[in-house]
Write a protein that binds this ligand. Structure first.
Ligand code: HEM
Length: 273
């Protein structure tokens, strides 16, 4: 070792101190009895997903407030990072896919009624992107902090709502009903807004910042759908058509989510070009 390398952390901060690894690495508490080898994989895959979701929520909140203050380039920088996180989350499905149905069957009884369906941070990301659903908040009655966080996001404008407000401030035609509405309600496609985006896509060089933002949003949605699809595939190869631990029909339930869209006009406009 080089002489300058720190060795004594009795009175100064170490790597483990800074990262609170005592907390982080003691949070894997397998429940299986007798212990099942694959449960650690199952826990780590979920916990790492939750850490990345935490970063996504942080970046999306920031992107949303940067848009609200007309700082388009810094907002796009945030979204670029979110897209990389989405790729990591999608790629990591291949790790969990190494768990066979027989291996999963050994740990399933110990999961009881817990399910990713109850991931508060996943719902936060969905609400931030604009997939609002008040019923989802009810799932968190047992957790007042998560419920309050989610309820707040439900009632606030989404990233897309802030983008539409940005467009209106910069002279683009945005129906007034989209700028002042009950944000807790699901977003509905506006044909007038498709016209506005059609004009942007017809002359990208005249609307470069807006055009680029539209494509960044489409990337986000595309990536989100890829995550959903990989989840569906892993679920199908692991439990087939059995019901989920959260009580849903399983694969059929998950497949319906593939029809959801966050930014309907940005997809609709493609048919027009
Ligand atoms: C073999 C592993 C897995 C299986 C068999 C599985 C199965 C399921 C099923 C059946 C559902 C529907 C709700 C239910 O009835 O439980 C669901 C929902 C969900 N799971 Fe998984 N899952 C797995 C891994 C994961 C992982 C690693 C994550 C990462 C966080 C995750 C996140 C979610 C989320 C967010 C939902 C809600 C999706 C929505 O409402 O659109 N799942 N999962």
């Amino acid at each position: 070792m080089e002489p300058g390398i720190e060795r004594d952390f009795s009175a100064q901060m170490s790597y483990g101190d800074y990262l609170r690894l005592d907390l982080l690495l003691s949070a894997q508490q397998p429940q299986s009895d007798p212990p099942q080898h694959d449960e650690l994989l199952f826990i780590v895959q979920h916990q790492t997903s939750e850490l990345w979701l935490k970063l996504m929520v942080h970046e999306l909140r920031s992107a949303r407030s940067l848009l609200a203050s007309d700082e388009l380039s810094p907002a796009l920088k945030r979204l670029a990072r979110v897209k990389h996180v989405q790729h990591v989350l999608t790629d990591q499905w291949s790790v969990l896919a190494t768990m066979t149905p027989s291996e999963y069957a050994l740990i399933r009884p110990f999961l009881a009624t817990s399910s990713g369906f109850q991931s508060a941070q996943y719902r936060e990301v969905e609400f931030l992107l604009g997939n609002k659903n008040a019923d989802m908040v009810k799932v968190f009655s047992h957790d007042p902090a998560a419920r309050a966080e989610l309820d707040g996001l439900l009632r606030e404008p989404s990233l897309y709502d802030e983008f539409l407000a940005y467009l209106a401030r910069h002279g683009y035609d945005v129906p007034p009903a989209l700028l002042d509405r009950d944000w807790s309600q699901p977003y509905r496609l506006s044909p007038e807004l498709v016209d506005t985006f059609a004009a942007v896509y017809a002359a990208p060089e005249e609307h470069w910042g807006v055009y680029e933002t539209c494509e960044e949003l489409v990337d986000l949605e595309d990536n989100f759908q890829e995550w959903r699809f990989r989840h569906l595939q892993v679920v199908q190869r692991t439990i087939g058509h059995k019901t989920g631990t959260g009580g849903s029909s399983g694969v059929d339930f998950l497949r319906r989510a593939l029809d959801l869209t966050f930014f309907p006009e940005l997809y609709e406009v493609r048919t027009r070009l």
